[in-house]
Design a protein around this ligand. Structure first.
Ligand SMILES: Nc1ncnc2c1ncn2[C@@H]1O[C@H](COP(=O)(O)OP(=O)(O)O)[C@@H](O)[C@H]1O
Ligand SMILES: [Mg+2]
Length: 395
C-alpha cells in the first residue's frame, strides 16, 4: 500500500511517515512531485492508496485541496488532519470523500487507529485495477470493431461496469460510429500527448460519453496525427485509465505495431477474431506464433469465431486442433441484425435484444463480470429482475 502525505509542517509530516512505516502492513511513502505542496494541480502517476492531508498547512484552502485530490485519486482513501472539529467541517469533508478526520495536534493512538481502519478497508476492497482487453483482427473484415464495441456497451449496460473503448485503428478508426452518433473532437494521439498532465477532468473531457458509464476514446481521422503516439505515453495512459474504468477494451484492428504490442503485453485477455475460412486460420496460426514469441501465456489468448455457423465445413474442432487451444466464444452469423446495428450506430443489445448475437454477448459479459467481481446475484437474474417485461434472450 502506498501513502501520499501532504503537510507543510515538518514535525507532523515526520510523525505520520513513521506511523505509516511501522504500521502493519507497512505503507510505502510516495514523495509528492516537486511543487506539489504549493500546486496540487500536479499529479504523480504512481497512485497512492492512502492520502493524508494536514489541513492546517493549507488554511482556508484545505477543503479545496481535498476536493481536487479526491478528483485526482478517486480510488484512494483520504485522511484529513484538522484542528477544526466543527460539524460543518466534518460534514463537508465527508461529502468530499474523506474517510477519517483526525484531530490536531496529533494524539498518536488516534492516528494509529484511523490508519488501521483505512488499511482494513483497503484490504477488503476488491482489486482496484481495471481489466484490459485487446481485440485483434486475424484478417480485415473479421468483425473486430463490431464485437469490441458491442461487448464494451454490453459490459457497461448489463454488467454495470465503467467501460472505456479505445480505438487503436490509427487511420479511419470507426469504432465510435458502430455504437453511437457522437463525433470526437479529441483523438487518442492528443490524449497521449497530454498524458503528463493527465487527471480525471482531462480524461473526462477527452472521451465520448455514450452513456455515463460507457465512454470511447476515438482514433484520429487526421492522417498526419496517426504516427504521433509514443509507446511510453500510451503505457502511462493505460496505467491511468485502468484506475478509473473497470474494463478498458481496445480495438487493435489488424496491425502488429509497437503501440499494439504494448497493448497486447499489458492486456489481461487477448481476443483474436476469426471467421470460418482457411485464410483466417492460416493468418491465425502465424499470429499465434507471434504470441508465443512474445511470451504470452496460453490462458491469456481467447479464440473468438465470428459469424459462426455450426454447419460450416471448418468447424470449431479444426480451430482447436490447429491452434492448440479451445475456442472461447462463438458469435453467430446474422447479416441483417449486424448491418442494421452498424448502419444505425446502435448497439445490438438495444436494437435486437432477443437475437442470438445478443445472447452470445450476454454470456460473454457474464463470464467477465464473474472473473472481475465475485457477484452474489447472477447477472442473468439481474437482467430479468430489472426488466419487468420478459426478455427473450435465449431463444
Ligand atoms: N456476426 C456477424 N454476422 C454477420 N455479419 C457480420 C458479423 N460481424 C461482422 N459482420 C460484418 O462484417 C463487417 C465488418 O465488420 P467490422 O467489425 O468492421 O470488421 P473489422 O473491424 O474486423 O474490419 C460488418 O460491416 C458486418 O457487415
Ligand atoms: Mg475495424
Amino acid at each position: 500500500m502506498k501513502a501520499l502525505i501532504l503537510s507543510n509542517d515538518k514535525e507532523t509530516k515526520a510523525l505520520i511517515q513513521r506511523t505509516c512505516q511501522v504500521h502493519q502492513p507497512a505503507l510505502e511513502i510516495i514523495q509528492p512531485l516537486p511543487g506539489m505542496q504549493s500546486d496540487v494541480g500536479l499529479i504523480t502517476l504512481n497512485s497512492p492508496d492512502v492520502v493524508v492531508i494536514d489541513a492546517n498547512g493549507y488554511g482556508d484552502k484545505s477543503l479545496e485541496i481535498v476536493a481536487s485530490m479526491t478528483q485526482k485519486y478517486p480510488k484512494a482513501f483520504f485522511m484529513l488532519l484538522s484542528s477544526d472539529r466543527s460539524s460543518e467541517m466534518l460534514i463537508e469533508a465527508m461529502r468530499l470523500g474523506v474517510r477519517e478526520v483526525v484531530a490536531l495536534p496529533i494524539v498518536l493512538p488516534d492516528l494509529q487507529a484511523a490508519l488501521q481502519r483505512i488499511t482494513e478497508k483497503i484490504s477488503t476492497t476488491e482489486k482496484k485495477e481495471g481489466k484490459l482487453l485487446s481485440f485483434l483482427s486475424c484478417k480485415g473484415g473479421s468483425g473486430t470493431t463490431f464485437i469490441a464495441a458491442n461487448l464494451a456497451y454490453a459490459l457497461s449496460a448489463l454488467g454495470r461496469k465503467r467501460v472505456l473503448l479505445i480505438d487503436l485503428n490509427q487511420q479511419f478508426g470507426d469504432a465510435a460510429l458502430y455504437v453511437s452518433d457522437l463525433k470526437a473532437s479529441l483523438a487518442l494521439s492528443d490524449v497521449c500527448n497530454s498524458v503528463d498532465r493527465m487527471d480525471l477532468n482531462l480524461l473526462e473531457s477527452s472521451v465520448l460519453h455514450v452513456t455515463p458509464n460507457f465512454n470511447i476514446l476515438a482514433s484520429s481521422d487526421q492522417v498526419e496525427n496517426s504516427a504521433d503516439i509514443h509507446v511510453d505515453q500510451f503505457s502511462s495512459l493505460l496505467q491511468f485509465v485502468r484506475q478509473h474504468y473497470d474494463f478498458t477494451i481496445m480495438d487493435l484492428g489488424r496491425q502488429i505495431n509497437p503501440i499494439n504490442v504494448r497493448a497486447l503485453d499489458v492486456s489481461d485477455f487477448i481476443y483474436p477474431i476469426f471467421q470460418q475460412s482457411l485464410p483466417f486460420l492460416r493468418n491465425g496460426r502465424r499470429l499465434f506464433e507471434i504470441f508465443s514469441a512474445l511470451g504470452y501465456r496460453q490462458e491469456k489468448i481467447q479464440i473468438v469465431i465470428n459469424r459462426f455457423e455450426s454447419s460450416a465445413s471448418l468447424d470449431a474442432a479444426e480451430y482447436e486442433r490447429v491452434l492448440g487451444q479451445r475456442v472461447a466464444h462463438r458469435i453467430p452469423n446474422n447479416h441483417e441484425v449486424v448491418n442494421e446495428s452498424i448502419n444505425q450506430g446502435l448497439p445490438v443489445l438495444q436494437m435486437a435484444r432477443s437475437s442470438p448475437i445478443t445472447k452470445s454477448l450476454v454470456e460473454w459479459v457474464n463470464g467477465l463480470v464473474d472473473i472481475s467481481t465475485p457477484s452474489t446475484t447472477s447477472l442473468i437474474r439481474r437482467i430479468f429482475v430489472r426488466n419487468s417485461a420478459p426478455l427473450d434472450l435465449f431463444r
